[in-house]
Design a protein around this ligand. Structure first.
Ligand code: NAD
Length: 364
């Protein structure tokens, strides 16, 4: 059994098979005064993990809140429910809230923890590949509002993140591809060597071969941390992580968050559009673009690729790009590619909608 520990400034990320076994000692070390623990857990997580947690935390008063994960429940009503339960049970700041689920449960529970009595101990046990490589890092917590996704939130770090790769075995293949999209993004924006590794090892990751999977999760976390540790509040550098996401979010809204196009697939499409625009503007070479396109083709990453990667779809989605909360003026700010491992600087490529429209028309 290999368990790896990655140190962020204020917390650790523990990755590996059976890494949940470290939970007891982590709770003891980080929350020495803790008596009560609330576990907010995704209903789809197999029962054997609930039994395991009960056993590991047998010395604490454990309260389990089951949640059916969906963007529809990632809202202030759910926060209110959780917080009222904690108040009723007389939790205080030295107690502990644990999230066990994907990005939805993690973001929502983290936000609840950040405002409960101005911040209660929080531990994240991410259970999807996306959560293990992306959303568990960087301290962003949030819920949705009727005005848009993730508009209400805070920056709040957990005491520790434990990413047990055994949890991923029950994930549907499409959810694994969602996480892979973020791993790939991290390589494209920051690390050519890692991208070349992915060129040969994508199938091993998608089929959850433990050694390669754990190595890729760890590498991905390191890359995300290298941005978030330097720019926690997303003032500049961290925006590079948005590569492909401006198009992805717009496509998701355009398709009304339909299950036919999930977030990871939208990100994969968004990264291709951003890479193609980069080539069109001569920011990157044709070989950079073909390296990315070849990887997509080799592993057939997006099923209905042509249904969404076409002029009509992308043009229709442009109007939603202006609503991105990361924008600071009326223009659409794009992160583009210089080469594999290097992007343009945040704020250097800002376009009016009409200019983006022109670029898309030239692309297709
Ligand atoms: N905080 C951040 O920095 C950040 C970064 C990226 C994404 N996010 C957020 O993450 C969310 C998406 O996260 P996600 O893709 O993990 O979605 P999710 O939490 O909805 O999980 C995806 C699906 O997998 C199921 N699931 C979870 N764990 C499982 C398991 N072990 N076995 C079987 N099924 C399981 C869930 O019930 C759900 O159906 C979005 O709300 C997004 O805004 C946040």
């Amino acid at each position: 059994m290999t368990i790896n520990r990655l140190k962020a400034r204020n917390y650790s990320i523990i990755v590996g098979k059976n890494s949940l076994s470290t939970l007891q000692i982590e709770v003891k070390n980080h929350c020495p005064q803790c008596k009560k623990i609330a576990l907010v857990i995704d209903k789809k997580i197999p029962k054997k993990f609930v039994l395991k947690i009960r056993k590991i935390l047998k010395n604490y008063k454990l309260f389990i809140f089951y949640v059916s994960s969906s963007e529809k429940i990632k809202n202030l009503n759910q926060i209110n429910l959780i917080i009222n339960k904690l108040l009723k049970l007389n939790f205080n700041r030295s107690d502990l809230v644990i999230a066990m689920g994907g990005g939805i449960i993690g973001d929502m529970t983290g936000f609840g923890a950040s405002i409960f009595k101005r911040g209660i101990n929080f531990i994240n046990l991410p259970s999807t590949l996306l959560a293990q490589v992306d959303s568990c890092i960087g301290g962003k917590t949030a819920v949705n509002s009727k005005h848009g996704k993730n508009l209400i939130g805070s920056f709040f770090n957990p005491r520790v993140v434990i990413s047990d790769t055994d949890l991923l075995k029950s994930l549907p293949k499409r959810e694994i591809i969602c996480g892979f999209a973020e791993i790939l993004k991290h390589s494209i924006i920051n690390d050519k060597k890692f991208f070349n590794f992915l060129k040969n090892n994508t199938n091993s990751i998608l089929s959850l071969e433990n050694k390669i999977l754990a190595k890729s999760i760890l590498k991905s976390c390191k890359i995300k941390l290298s941005f978030t540790e330097k720019d926690f509040k997303e003032k500049n550098l961290r925006m590079k992580l948005n590569f492909g996401h401006t198009f992805a979010h717009a496509l998701e809204i355009q398709n009304k968050y339909s299950n036919k196009l999930n977030h990871g697939e939208a990100v994969l499409i968004g990264m291709l559009v951003a890479a193609r625009i980069s080539k069109l503007k001569n920011l990157c070479s044709s070989s950079t673009l073909s390296a990315i396109e070849n990887l997509y083709q080799k592993y057939a990453l997006v099923k209905n690729l042509n249904k969404y990667l076409n002029k009509k779809q992308i043009l229709k989605s442009i109007k939603f790009m202006k609503n991105d909360k990361k924008k600071d003026d009326e223009k659409i700010s794009l992160i583009l590619l210089s080469s594999i491992g290097k992007t343009t600087s945040p704020g250097h490529h800002k376009y009016k909608s009409a200019q983006v429209e022109k670029l898309i028309k030239k692309l297709f």
